[in-house]
Unconditional design. Structure first.
Lengths: 352, 334, 142
């Protein structure tokens, strides 16, 4: 908990969740709100697959910007570990194009694998670059007490792991995770009342794209993320090179490579060089996923978007306590969230 | 002149060798070297669609002009629900079409062919497709193989015309039957098999009506490699009988004689005469004589039966059981 | 527990699944497959039906590892092991996601650019109804 606030001051809440397992498909947000003693407050569930709570945050932000609310809450939650394998696979495959993509027998690992193979084919990138993303994110996750996997892995181990969907191995993939995250937003001029170190939202961009990957012209990019990032940068008035750290949606390692490009940290087809040269390590030119990313911190679908914001806020406050994880002097941070294979995306930029 | 204006065949990719059965069970059906096997995602309907597409391309007609689709099998994916309508839809036959499924007997292929000849209007499509289903621990199962053949019948310049046919019937008990609700073909293995008797009766009837004519090809129902024994008295030569496929496909049930007919048409010469004798237990036999015309040399290029037989991949017995869904507790359904 | 494309929804796409009937845009002449409400290229909603040849090339592919299939394909995967899924670039232009069949699910035997053709196969079964549809198989010597 950062700062302190009387919960009754919060005017409205948005909760992101895919509601994996189906335990409470309808009216999830009102249930969660009344369980913490806030019955009566307007609350709404937001679903945009893996970017659900990034969108919850965006709407909480927009409600303040519109002048309707002074203080809002954005959260996300997902409980995935208590499902039988079959049910988990069912839920993991509900956010891509069902009619033509899923019924061709593919799912998210398969879709990202096809993007990865096409990326490698078009840009001549080697599989080692993907494995290096996994190695880096495990290294960072090992230093994050909130991470699901807190052990480092070797490049050899990542490369030799069993294939999940060629060319992606199990180490190219994020895990099944339980988790929840909450952020409380307030009007900028009121923030000092609640905290000494407010972190400002300076850009919020979002976009969608053709859901089915066969309808997309270019499979080596996530067009929705590119649009969302461009919009966020425009609002924030900052350039990619001014960003001090980013938490990006590395549901699969290829997604992080594409995120480098969509966030403007690398040119098109050059994402692999960034990881190869260590530039996205903590201490590098633009540290990415200092918290371990989805790969190591875990990917509780609906909670992931706000959990990325949690990490960036910690970093900008200088409170990533484990010294080796703190990006020193970070002032501007970015979060990049992608729903499914890129049907939706949401990018936020923050300043200390 | 009404006749067959295009033929097509489909043989699935997978094969299992006689030796593999011998390794597992110690024995195998006589006269069969290997048999054809459907992939996991195939059935008699998918094989029929592929054979029908080949026949329609050979006939070089607009599929929308097809007004009849007759389908024959002993192994329909549904016991009740028309497979012929699935096939008609898939080949683009349009909606104003008469469809019929001929089932319940290995002679349903010739039944469908004769029925189409009897009632033809504009173009008709006859497809026989089969992969009979036996219990894994029943010796009768060993021979069952997969394949499909299709024929477009119409009024025009036929490749083959039907000269005469002769059918016989009788009450035969205990041979190749399935009661309601049963999955597997049963056969009591009686020593008094009626197969040779019925085949001989219908062939004799046909030959008597034909009189003294030259016969170039003889196609018999082939439940195993020993069907030729039934017709010894006719003194057919190996050359006349060479169109038979059982050694390479196994017993393709309702598709047996029509798949052999497709094979014969792949290489037949104008003026040749083809005799066919089918058999269905329980029981009956249809004999047909067909005459080949000059158009046989002008047909569109499609994969021949021989070419498809050469395109193959051998599987082991466990893979075979998996492809047949015998090892699946779901039987494919989820 | 499975995902759900209802029988009526599936039935509405029989022309596509059995026969690859596409929608050709009357204004920009681009072929849309699977059909869309508005043209992928120009946004027009005025189409005419065209039948695709079913021939194309592999644009990209993957091999779905054991235990990774959507639940509709559990039995397929149990009985046949890993299977390949590809994006096929059809010769008329559109791209489509489909399973590969009659080939080894081995990355060394499947190549981007490889020629394939459509065949009708059983996709999966649900509610005891067989869902047929197109898959693609390599063209020999392609």
């Amino acid at each position: 908990m950062d700062g302190s606030i009387d919960p009754k001051e919060i005017k409205e809440a948005w909760i992101g969740s895919l509601k994996t397992g189906g335990a409470q498909l309808g009216n999830l947000a009102p249930l969660l709100i009344e369980q913490v003693g806030l019955a009566g407050m307007p609350a709404c569930s937001i679903e945009n697959a893996c970017s659900s709570s990034a969108y919850a945050f965006r709407y909480a932000y927009m409600a303040i910007k519109s002048g309707i609310c002074d203080i809002t809450l954005a959260g996300g939650v997902e409980k995935m570990n208590d499902l039988p394998r079959e049910r988990n696979r069912y839920w993991l495959g509900v956010s891509g194009d069902v009619e033509w993509e899923r019924l061709a027998g593919t799912n998210f690992p398969g879709v990202y694998a096809m993007m990865a193979l096409r990326y490698m084919h078009e840009h001549g990138m080697k599989r080692e670059r993907l494995a290096e993303v996994a190695v880096k994110n495990h290294k960072n996750g090992a230093r994050n007490p909130d991470a699901q996997f807190r052990s480092e892995i070797s490049l050899e181990r990542a490369l030799r792991a069993p294939m999940l969907a060629y060319p992606l191995t199990v180490f190219d993939s994020c895990p099944i995770t339980d988790g929840a995250a909450v952020a409380i937003l307030c009007r900028g001029d009121l923030a000092s009342k609640y905290t000494d170190t407010p972190i400002r939202v300076i850009g919020s961009g979002a976009a969608s794209d053709y859901l089915a990957i066969h309808d997309r012209k270019d499979l080596t990019t996530v067009a929705a993320a590119q649009k969302a990032a461009d919009e966020a940068y425009k609002q924030a008035g900052v350039k990619p090179k001014e960003v001090d750290l980013a938490e990006v949606h590395d549901c699969f390692t290829i997604a992080e490579i594409m995120a480098y490009e969509n966030c403007g940290f690398a040119g098109k087809g050059k994402g692999g060089e960034l990881i190869k040269n260590g530039e996205t390590e903590i201490g590098g030119k633009i540290p990415v996923n200092a918290g371990g990313g989805l790969k190591s911190k875990g990917h509780p679908i609906g909670a992931t978007g706000v959990s990325q914001i949690y990490e960036v806020v910690k970093q900008l406050k200088g409170e990533a306590r484990e010294k080796t994880r703190q990006v020193k002097g970070a002032e501007i941070g970015l979060t990049h969230s992608v729903g499914g294979s890129g049907g939706s995306a949401c990018v936020h930029i923050f300043r200390r | 002149m009404v006749g067959i204006i295009g033929h097509g065949a489909y043989i699935p990719r997978y094969r299992i060798k006689a030796e593999e059965y011998v390794r597992v069970w110690g024995n195998f059906a006589p006269g069969i070297e290997e048999k054809t096997v459907c992939g996991y995602d195939e059935d008699t309907t998918t094989m029929a669609i592929e054979a029908a597409d080949n026949a329609i391309s050979r006939a070089q007609i607009d599929p929308e002009k097809i007004k009849m689709v007759y389908f024959a099998t002993t192994s329909s994916p549904y016991v009740e629900k028309l497979s012929s309508s699935t096939i008609a839809t898939a080949v683009g036959a349009g909606q104003d079409v008469r469809t019929a499924d001929f089932a319940g007997s290995t002679k349903s292929g010739t039944e469908a062919l004769l029925a189409c000849f009897d009632a033809i209007s504009e173009y008709g499509l006859v497809v026989a497709s089969d992969f009979p289903v036996g219990a894994p621990d029943d010796d009768n199962e060993h021979a069952y193989g997969a394949g499909a053949a299709a024929f477009v019948i119409g009024d025009g310049n036929p490749v083959v015309t039907l000269e005469k046919s002769y059918s016989v019937s009788g009450e035969v008990l205990g041979e190749r039957f399935r009661k309601v609700g049963e999955i597997y073909i049963q056969d009591l293995g009686l020593r008094t098999s009626q197969f040779p008797i019925f085949i001989r009766r219908s062939l004799k009837g046909l030959i008597k009506e034909l009189g003294e004519v030259e016969i170039n090809h003889v196609i018999l129902q082939q439940p195993d490699g020993e069907a030729f024994r039934a017709v010894r008295e006719f003194k057919f030569t190996d050359i006349q009988l060479r169109g038979g496929l059982v050694a390479q496909t196994g017993d393709t049930g309702a598709a047996s004689v029509l798949l052999s007919l497709a094979n014969v048409l792949d290489q037949a010469k104008p003026g040749e005469r083809i005799l066919i004798a089918s058999y269905g237990s329980g029981a009956g036999s249809d004999s047909l004589s067909l005459v080949v015309h000059d158009e046989v040399e002008k047909m569109g290029e499609k994969p021949t039966v021989k070419e498809q037989l050469e395109e193959k991949e051998y599987i082991d017995y466990v893979t075979y059981l998996k492809f047949r869904k015998v090892l699946s507790t779901f039987g494919g359904d989820k | 527990m499975t995902s759900y494309v209802s029988i009526p929804q599936y039935s509405n796409t029989i022309d596509q699944r059995y026969r690859l009937i596409a929608k050709k845009c009357k204004s920009c002449e681009i072929i849309n497959f699977p059909p869309r409400q508005t043209c992928l290229e120009c946004g027009s909603a005025d189409f005419q039906n065209v039948k695709l040849s079913g021939r194309g090339r592999i644009y990209t592919f993957t091999i779905i590892g054991r235990g990774g299939a959507p639940t509709e394909f559990d039995d397929l995967q149990n009985m046949t092991g890993e299977y390949a899924v590809a994006i096929i670039e059809l010769e008329e232009g559109p791209k489509v996601v489909a399973q590969l069949t009659d080939c080894h699910s081995n990355p060394n035997e499947i190549k981007i650019g490889m020629e394939v053709k459509a065949v009708i196969r059983r996709l999966y079964e649900q509610e005891r109804i067989i869902r047929y549809g197109y898959k693609f198989k390599p063209i020999a010597d392609g």
